[in-house]
Write a new protein. Structure first.
Length: 183
């Protein structure tokens, strides 16, 4: 069921195949029953598309949270960013509080399609997102403008009906670059 709830393409393709089959039956038989079968396929496909749109799976909730986080970063909204961080994620919170006041973010995006893995059996449920992030920013102190592009792995933890960042791991050690090699 998650396949149907996560991805409308499966519903569209299944509906197209069934409609084509019912259309061939109608073309061959020219019966009212075959015409009703075509209409039933249209209504069934429409109903499944509505259900898919209404149901938010855990994977979709994590993706929505990731997009909200990126929007908060792009808006230079430190309280908004902190609201997406788990209370126990002290390192992540410290990084956000230390870095965001130092820069003005012009643009923030997820460059590729994030790969999201949800472990609903864990207590509490967890999710891992692997993606490539892009940030264009200006350093407040000297006005230097630049961009940062990196692969990052973000671990989320479910708290109630929200997904919060528990930790993250960039492919490159930005701490080292930001401090001139000191950590």
């Amino acid at each position: 069921m998650n396949v149907l709830a996560d991805n409308a393409i499966v519903i569209w393709l299944g509906g197209a195949v069934l409609f084509a089959m019912a259309g061939i039956a109608y073309w061959q038989l020219r019966t009212f029953a075959a015409l009703l079968a075509m209409l039933a396929v249209v209504f069934l496909t429409g109903a499944l598309l509505v259900v898919e749109h209404v149901i938010e799976t855990p994977r979709e909730a994590v993706e929505r949270t990731l997009n909200e986080l990126v929007d908060a970063i792009e808006a230079n909204d430190l309280p908004g960013v902190l609201s997406h961080i788990a209370p126990t994620a002290n390192d992540v919170r410290a990084d956000a509080e230390a870095l965001m006041p130092l820069v003005v973010v012009k643009k923030a995006n997820i460059v590729d399609t994030p790969k999201i893995t949800v472990d609903a059996e864990a207590q509490p449920p967890t999710a891992t997102v692997k993606c490539q992030g892009f940030v264009e920013l200006t350093i407040r102190q000297n006005g230097m403008h630049g961009a940062y592009l990196d692969h990052v792995t973000i671990d989320f933890i479910a708290e109630g009906d929200r997904w919060l960042i528990d930790r993250y791991t960039p492919a490159r050690d930005w701490h080292r670059a930001a401090t001139g090699g000191r950590r």
